[in-house]
Write a protein that binds this ligand. Structure first.
Ligand code: GLA
Length: 406
């Protein structure tokens, strides 16, 4: 689901969330012939700055979006799940033994996120043989860099937490989602996506120190001055494709050669001093992570000082590093970011998330917001043939249990 900046009102967002919840509940009723006991909703996220730093103990600054995944759940003697968006068959497994990847249909990758999230949660909570029925529906486009998978994971874990009274806090929920992604989807992701989805706050970005896991709530510019807008490159990508894991592994070998616990602890002098010891990939990894961490901190200061020009410049620098140094962009993202950068009133733009496709986040002066629809999107289509759309970022509440009687 995408909307133009002008139609993406808070009311429209509330309606869209209600629609996703209704779809999950309806799929649950149709499949299982009863009402769900619990319904949870977890958002996708956009990252304003700080990409490919979370798995290096670094800094990131995501916001939880209004779009997300709804999970309707009830107790059962088996593990039964259906994804309203993907197929009507669903998956059914015995609950009296651990579920593993080999139980799941290779052609239906959604099963990995769904069953994996439930499995790691019941294992963690030591309720090993407990089953559940669940139905999922999502408004986060898949393969878009907006964390559709984290929204699925966090919605299921939040529902499981509520249904069985597990008492998990947001950090535990996020860590279990990350574990499901590692174990069942095979993506060695950091903590950013799941923590943003679990702990998001309305009207705030969250700066996460991915070592201490401290969260600092950050105010965005006044809406009259500037807004963050997402613009779609219409290129899909999966972090399970191997390029993500390769980047993470280059970071780990680079930090080992630099003699630091993680690239968070490296600096430009160390990289210069280590000579030929780093491979080209390792040097690129180290240079990107060191500079990107510094940019997140500078961006946080710029927002605090209301210096939106400086914030925009940091977005541009971040994109350049992700594209030219770390090589996780693609031609379409580069084209889109460049068109944004060259458009009057757009202060800066960068890819967001894992990369290789997905959306660009742009900082746009409010008086120039129409330039996205009137100039950026047509110019991008003329350059690439891709049909884009956009949505204003309105940071929203993280994962929550929904009162369906209200
Ligand atoms: C994906 C991962 C995150 C993070 C980003 C890049 O979204 O899931 O942990 O590494 O890529 O910043």
């Amino acid at each position: 689901m995408t909307t133009t900046p002008n139609s993406s009102t808070p009311l429209a967002a509330d309606r869209a969330t209600a629609e996703v919840i209704a779809r999950a509940v309806s799929a649950y009723r149709v499949k299982f012939g009863e009402e769900p006991a619990v319904v949870a909703f977890a958002p996708g996220r956009a990252n304003l700055i700080g990409d490919h730093t979370d798995y290096c103990d670094g800094f990131v600054m995501p916001v939880a979006l209004e779009i997300g995944c709804a999970c309707a759940m009830g107790p059962a003697d088996t593990i039964d799940a259906i994804a309203a968006d993907f197929d009507s068959d669903g998956v059914s497994l015995p609950a009296d033994r651990p579920a593993t990847v080999s139980d799941l249909d290779d052609d239906r990758s959604w099963q990995r996120y769904v069953v994996g999230s439930f499995e790691v949660t019941r294992r963690h909570a030591d309720i090993g043989h407990t089953g559940a029925r669940m139905a999922l529906a999502s408004s986060v486009p898949t393969g878009s860099g907006l964390s559709s998978s984290a929204a699925v994971e966090v919605s299921i874990i939040t529902a499981t937490n509520a249904l069985f009274g597990l008492g998990l806090d947001t950090l535990q929920i996020a860590k279990l989602g990350q574990q499901a992604e590692h174990e069942f989807a095979g993506v060695p992701c950091g903590i950013m996506d799941q923590l943003a989805s679990a702990a998001g706050q309305p009207d705030r970005a969250i700066m996460i120190d991915c070592r201490s896991l401290d969260l600092t709530l950050t105010s965005l510019p006044e809406a009259d001055d500037a807004v963050f807008v997402l613009v779609d490159s219409a290129v899909k990508h999966s972090n399970a494709s191997g390029a993500y894991a390769a980047r993470r592994s280059a970071c780990e070998s680079a930090s080992a050669k630099l003699g630091v616990p993680a690239l968070r602890d490296a600096n430009a002098d160390m990289i210069a001093g280590v000579g030929e010891a780093l491979t080209d990939d390792e040097r690129r990894a180290a240079e990107h992570v060191v500079s990107e961490n510094a940019r997140v901190l500078a961006f946080s200061s710029a927002l605090a000082e209301g210096d939106i020009e400086a914030a925009g410049e940091l977005l541009d620098q971040s994109h350049a590093s992700l594209s030219d140094v770390y090589r996780v962009s693609c031609d379409e993202l580069d084209t889109l970011a460049k068109i944004c950068r060259e458009t009057p009133g757009i202060l800066g733009a960068r890819m967001t998330g894992g990369g290789f496709g997905g959306w660009v986040v742009a900082l746009v002066e409010s008086h120039a917001i129409d330039a996205i629809d009137n100039h950026v999107i047509p110019a991008f289509q003329a350059a690439t043939g891709n049909v884009s759309s956009s949505r204003i970022i309105r940071p929203s509440q993280g994962a929550r249990v929904i009162d369906t009687n209200g």
